[in-house]
Ligand binder design. Sequence first.
Ligand code: GLU
Length: 472
Amino acid sequence: MSIRSRFAPSPTGYLHIGGARTALFSWLYARKHGGRFILRIEDTDLERSTQESVNAILEGMTWLGLEYDEGPFYQTHRFDRYKEVIQQLLDQGDAYYCYCSKEELEQLRAEQMANKQKPRYNGKCRDSAVPHGEGMPVVRFKNPTDGVVTIPDLVKGEIVVANKELDDLIIARADGTPTYNLTVVVDDMDMGVTHVIRGDDHINNTPRQMNILKALGAELPKYAHLPMILGSDGARLSKRHGAVSVMQYRDDGYLPDALLNYLVRLGWSHGDQEVFSLDEMVEYFKLENVNVSASTFNPEKLLWLNHQYIMNSDPAHIARHLSWHMGELGIDPSEGPDLIDIVKAQRERSKTLVEMAAASVYFYKDFDAYDEKAVKKNFTAGTEEVLMRLHDKFSAIAEWEGEKLHQIVINLAEEMELNLGKVAQPLRVAVSGTSVSPAIDVTLSLLGQEKTLSRILRAINYIKTQINSGQS
Ligand code: GLU
């Protein structure tokens, strides 16, 4: 039997870290077993679902590279089918109309609480659905009253729930719209889902869903309930722990591969390996190796992994993602040095692509102002002379090549009996506006002769007007 897994987000917000991890595990399982991965948008909550959230989920999936084989299917397109199944359950005696009013149910609940009983529907309309009250009836599923449901959970092991713990769930509201548990069941059945991989916040729904599936004569899927992701304080991961939206990580300069690598390790391990390529994840992934207990989200570790990926991935791959960030800064990277060379020069010192982009703008366009500290420290009396001489020497060379440029800087330091730093640092500030850049020969090679010369002249002018005049 071929494996079919799915990711079924409700579009009530952005794609968050927890959802992305669920999607990843479901995707990995399908990819590992030659299966099919389905995307289903559970948008039946018309008040909370938005097109914007649908777009955000699709954008997140695309950015992460979690491609789906089927879908996206939208539950709002399937209302007729849900109605049909509700009617089928009514016809075969597995569901019934319930006329109990809100007030009646609230009273029942209050009594049960007062008697220290678990609040549950008492089955008043189950056997004798006598219409009473004014509103339209809801439809309830007739849950079996005896026996047990055994969940074949591939992460947590078998979970056994007694049917008497489950009450008769509403499957259609008074306005006829289906409820969550019904739509999930119908979709999992119709879409031939063999593996339901989802967060363990759904574990209480599972025995109810299995009972409905049985009533419909459907084959039961296997289940894998993934442990929660917690913030550093042990509470469920939420906004107050920092960024939880997948696209926020894109904006903050993370590579999708690094985020996926981090997510796969949240609740899954393969020995003590930390860094996995996507292919390795697919190769090693096993639901049996998913942790049973919750995992804690650690932003520092994610940042560390991102730096690992920036240092070790194919520069062309990083350049493709860096290009997006350059665009955010108003730079068209085709109008300057090759981004691949920028990546090679900057990757050691960049933990994120946001840092790398910000530190690379001056290769493409003139900086607005010098870094004040850098100026104070490096533009001193005598700097003008150093820069003049560098300008002369750099103007004279025909071939703009790193080794030659390096030699010029060394020679000048010797000639003027200065430390290398007293030549290289002012030069660095002159061409980049800051005191931090790749090695000076690399910086100059990337910048090219024309920009180097014009920036040296700009610095000389600046020193004349701002520094020397201030000193006199
Ligand atoms: N739509 C549900 C959610 O976003 C998931 C349902 C499921 O995976 O069965 O929590």
